[in-house]
Design a protein around this ligand. Structure first.
Ligand SMILES: [Zn+2]
Length: 350
């Protein structure tokens, strides 16, 4: 199988270039790939304002860079993100990305933190199976999980997410399209478009992959207002998205109280693939540190409110009260300060 690799550059700074794998150019042999190269490349550039083409080539798919993955349960492959914040060195690759292979289809659970990561995941899937890809499930709105989705849309996959996700993305897309390349580098982000799901879920729903099915469960406002979990009926594996953080400090971008309520009545499933951090044998182990952190955050916010502190006094007081929770959490100070402000705003009128 051949793939079309386009060299795309920022029109504003033509030295910032990156190879982009275009799934629409996939062909069985070099001649067929070359025959459609011009039309696929020009169509893709036309759909990506701000980019210019610097030529294209056809190459065996086996030459395309693939993300490393590990099979953590039969047919379940996980790429482990770096357990840290966004940076130029990780290129946005901080979330765990997974795919699940059935007998008829392969599903993706979070397609990556950039176009480049999505392409690397696509190449990793094709090294394991030639089966059709889809659904591509977005566990929630955050770009470190979903920014690679357009690669799979171009490959013909159905993109599935919570019914609340498109509005959440619309409210933040412009901000993220500026802030993320500033954090990871324009080249690492080159060609990335934050696309919304084309199929929306507002109640539990199953997807048959052949020989196994995935059950999606929307979750009331918790880590964000667009969370869903995924359960594989064949192996029992539970994918929590960012409802479970390990290693990287939990980010409250929805409801602290809602998140604690979810943790108090967690779904069943094992092993657990968290949004960040290592795969765990069960939810109790996976969420133990996060539960301590979020309970301590709630208690510290409540203490600041009980003391009558305004927001500007409360945030440093909450951060100081959280110090015993520091442990080995990555990004602890910056994230805890943001969480303090978010939780204060949520609990202020209790
Ligand atoms: Zn998240």
């Amino acid at each position: 199988m051949q793939v079309l690799i386009l060299t795309a550059c920022l029109a504003a700074a033509a030295t910032d270039c990156a190879p982009r794998l275009l799934p629409a150019g996939i062909a069985p042999d070099p001649a067929a790939c070359a025959a459609r190269g011009d039309s696929v490349a020009s169509g893709w550039i036309a759909a990506h304002p701000g980019l210019v083409a610097r030529g294209w080539t056809c190459a065996p798919l086996s030459d395309a860079p693939a993300l490393p993955v590990e099979e953590v349960a039969p047919g379940i492959h996980v790429h482990r993100g770096a357990d840290e914040g966004l940076s130029p060195s990780n290129g946005g690759g901080i979330a765990n990305l997974s795919f699940v292979v059935g007998t008829e289809r392969v599903a993706v659970i979070d397609p990556g933190g950039s176009r480049a990561q999505g392409e690397g995941l696509f190449a990793a899937i094709r090294r394991v199976t030639p089966l059709p890809i889809g659904p591509v499930i977005l566990t929630h709105m955050h770009p470190d999980h979903i920014a690679g989705a357009q690669v799979f849309a171009e490959a013909g996959a159905e993109i599935v997410g919570d019914a609340r996700l498109p509005a959440a993305l619309d409210a933040r897309r412009d901000t993220w399209m500026d802030s993320i390349p500033a954090q990871i580098g324009a080249q690492a982000w080159l060609g990335t478009v934050l696309v919304a799901p084309t199929r929306l879920i507002d109640r539990p729903q199953s997807f048959d992959l052949g020989g196994r099915s995935l059950r999606l469960h929307p979750v009331p406002r918790a880590h964000t207002d667009s969370d869903l979990t995924v359960h594989d009926d064949l192996t029992g594996t539970l994918f929590t998205g960012d409802l479970v953080f390990r290693g990287l400090t939990p980010v409250v971008d929805g409801s602290l109280k809602g998140w604690l309520a979810w943790l108090a009545q967690p779904p069943r499933g094992a092993p657990v693939v968290p949004g960040h951090g290592p795969v765990a044998p069960g939810l109790a182990q996976a969420a133990a540190d996060e539960t301590l952190y979020l309970n301590a955050l709630r208690d510290a916010v409540r203490a600041a409110l009980d003391a009558g502190q305004g927001l500007s006094q409360a945030v440093p007081a909450i951060v100081a009260a959280m110090a015993p929770q520091r442990g080995t959490w990555a990004e602890f100070d910056a994230t805890t300060a943001r969480n303090a402000a978010a939780a204060y705003a949520e609990m202020e009128w209790d």
